[in-house]
Design a protein around this ligand. Structure first.
Ligand SMILES: Nc1ncnc2c1ncn2[C@@H]1O[C@H](COP(=O)(O)OP(=O)(O)OP(=O)(O)O)[C@@H](O)[C@H]1O
Ligand SMILES: [Mg+2]
Length: 236
């Protein structure tokens, strides 16, 4: 059986020479839900941007057993729903509808199916009323929810979410947690929201300075105060 995500010895430096990932090896099983935590600048976003080929470092990445390379980039991208840290990087169409429809249209879905997927994705993030709104005029939290809808509409096999709860009000955060809890998908989610980690993710991966420094059951890692402290983390 394939892992959902396999990363082997991945290293990456930005063009200015800053090494952002150092020999990262990580496997995530189908339907596993893992949190990715660590201080600012640890390399979490950099790692996530590798999972659909936006960045490409040295090492091997496989998604559902398929190696990520220029030949199958399209297939990998339709399986990986990546939500960027900043929703402004995700939303570029005139209306919310167009943004959420973009993925399914790109996948070649017929118009009825596109409409149905947009309705379903907007309902999932409680934004059904927003279809005709202008994406770039929305509030930060609203944009975040639409950004999540843009990947749900693609019906991906795995979700890679970069700080999904940042900027959400308590009600939106709660409904997102419920949604993620109910979705039977593989998830890798970066966050500074340690209560979210404890509530939703059986497994936690800690990154610091471009390396994975701990990886194990959330309950175990959370009770290790010395470990958390060493990497700038704390339970609220
Ligand atoms: N475009 C870039 N050019 C050069 N360095 C970059 C670039 N983007 C990120 N970095 C650097 O790479 C390192 C990892 O950044 P990254 O954004 O992956 O961290 P992060 O763990 O996501 O942090 P945060 O919690 O703040 O989101 C940081 O030191 C950052 O300054
Ligand atoms: Mg980040």
């Amino acid at each position: 059986m394939h892992h959902s995500i396999e990363i082997e010895h991945l290293s990456f430096a930005y063009p200015d020479g800053h090494p952002a990932l150092r020999d990262v090896t990580l496997r995530i099983a189908p339907c596993e839900k893992a949190a990715l935590v660590g201080p600012n600048g640890a390399g979490k976003s950099t790692l996530m941007l590798h999972l659909n080929g936006i960045l490409s470092g040295k090492g091997v990445i496989r998604v559902s057993g398929m190696e990520l390379n220029p030949q199958n980039l399209g297939r990998v991208r339709s399986q990986v729903g990546l939500v960027f840290q900043s929703p402004d990087d995700q939303l570029f169409s005139p209306t919310v509808f167009d943004d959420v429809a973009f993925g399914p249209l790109y996948q070649g879905c017929p118009p009825d199916e596109v409409r149905a997927r947009v309705d379903e994705a907007l309902a999932a993030v409680h934004m059904s009323e927003y279809a005709r709104r202008v994406s770039h005029h929305l509030s930060v939290g609203e944009k975040k929810r639409i950004a999540i809808a843009t990947v749900l509409s693609m019906k991906p096999e795995l979700l890679v979410l970069d700080e999904p709860t940042a900027g959400l009000d308590p009600r939106a955060r709660r409904s997102l947690i419920r949604l993620l809890d109910e979705l039977p998908l593989t998830m890798l989610v970066s966050t500074h929201d340690m209560l979210l980690v404890r509530e939703l993710f059986p497994r936690t991966i800690i990154m610091d300075e471009g390396s994975i420094v701990a990886d194990g059951p959330t309950a175990e890692l959370m009770s290790n105060t010395a470990l958390l402290e060493a990497h700038g983390l704390e339970m609220p």
